[in-house]
Design a protein around this ligand. Sequence first.
Ligand code: SAM
Length: 286
Amino acid sequence: MGKLSDIGTIKEILTKYGFSFLKSLGQNFLINPSVCPRMAEMSGAKEGVGVLEVGPGIGVLTYELAKRAEKVVSVELDKRLLPVLDETLAEFDNVKIINGDVLKTDLHRLIEDEFGGMEVVVCANLPYYITSPVIMKLLEEKLPVSSITVMVQKEAAERICAQLGTRQSGAVTAAINYYASAEMLFKVSAGSFMPAPKVDSAVIRLNVYSKPTVSVDNEEIFFKVIKAAFAQRRKTLLNTLSNSMSYSKAQITEALRSSSVDPTARAEQLKLEDFARISNELASID
Ligand code: SAM
């Protein structure tokens, strides 16, 4: 087998296994040889560090991670890729492929069983149809991972990495900012994938906080406030919160006043502390 990142080698492997891409599984494989080493390096994969990968495909990124990390565990849903990965990753004894759906996998258990007390990072070229659910699962389950380096659609990357309090921010910006700081690492053109998707991509890194930076009394209410506030982002907070939540207009008005938030402000003007104060006020209502 030639160098795995060579387009010739990749095509040869795909032909040998008669592999056809499944759009429904978000199968756009990386064929740009400079992207995977860069991503692996920036993910913090190194000696003593374990890497959890989602969706190895034919293993181009897995290969670069395995070269650097202590151990790589990769969850792949498509059974057809298992024999391919056996061949492409044959030279490593520190890689384990688990066949399954990452959204249905008990990741706490996996991390405990596979990585012991090792520092763990996540690195993945995510299937785009489940970008947000995967990222939110990794964060909401409060997994013991120090960072999450992922390739996502460029628009999603911009939204996630936006500053709260600006027009570019959205519910996902606020939700992710509760758990981690987000940084844009580099952009990747659509032509770096096979088949080429319609949109460009970007690699982002979420540096996970050991504990959230704002104090929230009830996380369920906090996330409901964020979702409701951005659901109708052009409306005032007073209107959008009273339309989408089960509190009266008077209760919302009082919660906003006690939180020192202008009821005529829009969600995109708020900082994380504002969402926390509003939700703490609402949580204190019987
Ligand atoms: N890492 C490879 C690369 O960079 O070339 C492939 C990335 S491709 C964008 C996404 C991969 O995720 C595919 O291999 C796909 O089969 C896999 N996948 C899709 N849905 C999944 C799920 N729910 N759980 C685990 N893997 C999934």
